[in-house]
Design a binder for this molecule. Structure first.
Ligand code: PMP
Length: 352
């Protein structure tokens, strides 16, 4: 349990973790920051004055969208960062907290590849701690990999590519023990039986939770990712991001779509996932089907390249993860429409 005092001292610690140059930053102020009224003749931003639906700069702070997301997620506006995909937030946590060539980050492995790539781009050492048997989480091993220069700890739950969720209690224990910032990637949380850790944000100022509209919400093409954090961390992200990081058409289309529930579609996809898992277990080439809480299933086969190529030959493209450490022999298969899944299963059942 975190007491009020623990929470306040964590918030002070997080403030200290912010790179000194970022803490001292005088952020760029846009024309739209200086005048926020709605009506008038706008001669302040060197835009083309002829209206075509996108001649104006978009709201740099995405205020209307944040109000909608706050309502849907039950998280106050001041804790929300909206990015060009959650990949933007992954890059931002490095830029805000890690001094290039000095600090490091710890992560589980296997996991989503961008944590490592963003570390390399930012010249940050990336320490990978292998998951245990059945892709289980060993919190103590993760914490033991950290030292005085470890600023970030990445966990993804449900995890990509393994598909499993980690126990909530273990995730919280890591957040409470780790002296830096824990980035919990919940990109696939809408498909999971397990609840999000969003309600824990308030008492854990060192927790950053990533979500995205690219998966359950079906808006990967619009590029909109979310980070939920302490108001201070969300404020710093807003100062460091590019001024107009979420384009106008995206803000408009997402605002329209967010009011439509995706619950039925998510239920359909998780139902299809269970069916695909069951049917895959009966396919002769499949040696193992790993449990999944996401919209994809990881399977192990004897000849991953052969099965991958054979599926391509049938016009079905899956993701070959067999060269990823800890995923020998593994293919990752996204849950498709019922018709797409039928075809996948028919083709795999025929393979010897
Ligand atoms: N996190 C995880 C775990 C993912 O699998 C992905 C995309 N594959 C992302 C983040 C990035 O999502 P976005 O489209 O929001 O950039």
């Amino acid at each position: 349990m975190m007491t009020q005092r623990d929470t306040e001292s964590t918030a002070r610690r997080v403030e200290e973790l912010i790179r000194p140059n970022i803490r001292a930053l005088a952020p760029y102020s846009t024309a739209r920051d200086e005048y926020e009224g709605e009506l008038g003749i706008y001669l302040d931003a060197n835009e083309n004055p002829y209206e075509n639906g996108y001649n104006r700069y978009p709201d740099p702070h995405q205020k209307a969208l944040k109000r909608q997301i706050a309502r849907i997620k039950g998280v106050p506006v001041e804790r929300i960062f909206i990015g060009n995909g959650s990949d933007e937030a992954i890059d931002l946590v490095y830029r805000v907290f890690c001094r290039p060539g000095v600090d490091n980050a710890v992560s589980i492995a296997p996991t989503y590849g961008m944590y490592k790539v963003a570390a390399a781009i930012n010249d940050v050492e990336f320490r990978e701690v292998p998951l245990g048997a059945g892709f289980s989480l060993d919190g103590d091993a993760l914490l033991a990999a950290a030292d005085g220069q470890t600023k970030l700890l990445f966990v993804c739950s449900p995890n990509n590519p393994s598909g499993n969720s980690f126990p909530r209690g273990e995730l919280l224990r890591i957040v409470e023990r780790f002296p830096g910032v824990v980035v919990l990637d919940e990109a696939y949380i809408d498909f999971a039986a397990q609840e999000s850790l969003l309600p824990e944000l308030e008492s854990h100022p060192n927790l950053v939770i990533l979500q995205t509209l690219s998966k359950a919400w079906g808006m990967a093409g619009l590029r909109l990712g979310l980070a939920f954090a302490s108001p201070r961390v969300a404020e710093v992200f807003a100062q460091v991001k590019y001024p107009y990081n979420v384009n106008g058409p995206t803000q408009r289309i997402v605002a329209e779509r967010l009011d439509r529930s995706v619950a039925d579609q998510v239920r359909e996809l998780t139902g299809q996932r269970e069916r695909v898992m069951r049917e895959l277990s009966g396919c002769p080439v499949i040696r193992q089907v790993f449990p999944s809480d996401a919209n994809f299933v990881l399977v192990r086969v004897d000849d991953p390249r052969g099965v991958y190529e054979a599926l391509i030959g049938e016009g079905i493209i899956v993701r070959d993860r067999s060269r990823v450490a800890g995923c020998a022999g593994c293919l990752r298969i996204t849950v498709g429409t019922p018709e797409e899944n039928d075809r996948l299963i028919r083709v795999l059942k025929r393979m010897e």
